[in-house]
Write a protein that binds this ligand. Structure first.
Ligand code: ADP
Length: 469
């Protein structure tokens, strides 16, 4: 992954290399445009070529040498060529001013050679010598200062004018790193700006603004963190809202579910109190209804208390070794007594041998009773109740079955949630708390609960608890 620091280094190095290349390239181009003229190298090359041609002649007389000088002058009109004998007498001059040099003039032209190169007012002369039959001859090459290059980068600067040809390339090559870093920082700025904007909009109510940033640097990381944070805020807000809705639902259900039985209790109690019943039988029925309704209210209040306790602190589990099969047989016996009068066929499948388990017995008993109560209450039109206990590998498995109206697949997950009731609940049914408590109890024992339901065929709740040695 590339950090911003690495990026900066890479930008620095590439911009150095790039600006160097650009500088060289641009100075060459600008030199070609603004720095025209001859330089020492080209002049030397021209003269060397001429000397070669001269040396091929068998005599160095004027008529042999003149065509060579004329040819060179024709090619380079700005250059003046002179051909001199060793005594200073002019043999040929391309400018036509035939004249003789005396010894001093001759010496001067040799002596001032390098100085003239730097003097912008004087013409520049280069002298070359060769000999034939022991006789020395001289080739002079001269040109005006203007025909000379103004200067040469990397070699020498003859005049200030040469600096003009460097100014632009220099400026541009300084601009390149500046522009690149400007580009880099404005991109960083833009990305931070986007993050800033998105962060400003984070709100419990609004939709999540998801930012796209695929780069792997710090800002990319920050953006991904922002995305997951925004999503977390969203889902937590959803959770809070769901919870809030649950509370509201509970309150309205509760007031309804407590009022209905209370009205009945009040009515029948009134009858008993005022003695306005007709016979002993009516009195008994009234008392029975009062008892039933009070039990129901008692149960609701118990569940409410459970919820309050669960909210206050997580379920406390006190594990101890218990005989599960005995415990279940005891519960079943109790239910059979109670169900006798209603037409329920009961199928019990509990092994005779002991199954010892480390459990919190009151909690597990409550879970089983909850499931049995539900099977009787919601599955009564199936007239069947099945209770089973088996050992399966590393688990013990408790099953409660009925053949009633069952639970639609879309409700399978939901019924284990607090306050959820299928169809919003009918009057006289619970608060939608029972199964959520069962689930919590089972999970606090590291077990899990499953539901398989085919309406009017079989609805089965299966609790699997891990066996512990
Ligand atoms: P409650 O305390 O209201 O009974 P539960 O959490 O125990 O709430 O059950 C939630 C919902 O699941 C109930 O409203 C009921 O509709 C449905 N339900 C639970 N057990 C059964 C069952 N054996 N058959 C059909 N429906 C059931």
């Amino acid at each position: 992954m590339m950090k911003n620091r690495t990026k900066l280094w890479i930008i620095m190095l590439t911009s150095i290399v790039f600006s160097l290349i650009l500088f060289i390239w641009l100075t060459t181009i600008s030199g070609n445009i603004w720095n025209k003229g001859y330089d020492l190298n080209t002049l030397n090359a021209i003269s060397q070529e001429m000397l070669k041609a001269i040396e091929q002649q068998n005599t160095y007389d004027k008529d042999k040498i003149q065509p060579i000088l004329d040819q060179a002058h024709y090619q380079h009109p700005e250059l003046r060529f002179e051909w001199l004998a060793s005594d200073g007498s002019m043999l040929y001059d391309t400018s036509g001013e035939i004249q003789s040099y005396d010894f001093k003039q001759l010496a001067d032209r040799f002596i001032n050679l390098p100085n003239n190169l730097w003097d912008v007012n004087k013409p520049i002369t280069l002298a070359y010598s060769t000999s034939k039959n022991g006789q020395p001859y001289y080739l002079f090459l001269s040109l005006s200062s203007d025909a000379m290059k103004q200067g040469q980068v990397y070699f020498f600067v003859r005049t200030i004018k040469a600096l003009y040809s460097w100014a632009l390339p220099l400026l541009l090559s300084f601009l390149v790193p500046y522009m690149l870093s400007l580009l880099f920082f404005s991109s960083v700025n833009r990305r931070i700006g986007k993050l800033n904007q998105a962060l400003n909009l984070v709100n419990i109510r609004s939709d999540v603004v998801v930012l796209e940033d695929k780069s792997k640097d710090e800002i990319g990381q920050l953006t991904r963190h922002y995305n997951s944070m925004a999503q977390r805020v969203r889902s937590q807000a959803d959770e809070i809202e769901q919870f809030e809705n649950g509370r509201k639902l509970l309150l309205s259900n509760l007031s309804h579910d407590l009022r209905t039985p209370l009205t009945m209790i009040l009515g029948y109690a009134e009858t008993i109190h005022t003695g306005s019943y007709n016979n002993e039988n009516e009195l008994k029925t009234s008392a029975k209804i009062i008892l039933q309704r009070s039990r129901y209210m008692d149960k609701l209040l118990d569940q409410l208390l459970d919820i309050a306790r669960l909210d206050a602190n997580a379920l406390e589990v006190h594990l101890a070794a218990h005989n599960l099969s005995e415990m279940m047989r005891k519960i079943v016996a109790e239910y059979m007594l109670f169900l006798d009068e209603q037409s329920f066929s009961i199928d019990v499948d509990i092994p005779d041998e002991d199954i010892h388990e480390l459990i919190d017995a009151p909690l597990i008993e409550r879970a089983i009773r909850n499931l049995l109560d539900n099977a009787i209450r919601y599955g009564k039109d199936g007239h069947f109740l099945g209770i089973g206990l088996v050992e399966e590998g590393d688990y013990v498995c408790i099953t409660i079955k009925d053949k009633g109206r069952g639970i639609a697949p879309e409700d399978h997950e939901l019924i284990f949630e607090r306050f959820y009731r299928v169809d919003g609940g009918r009057s006289g049914e619970g608060l939608g708390i029972g199964l959520s408590i069962v689930k919590e109890i089972v999970e606090s024992h590291q077990g899990h609960i499953r539901l398989i339901s085919t309406p009017h065929v079989e609805t089965l709740f299966m609790v699997r608890l891990p066996k512990n040695q």
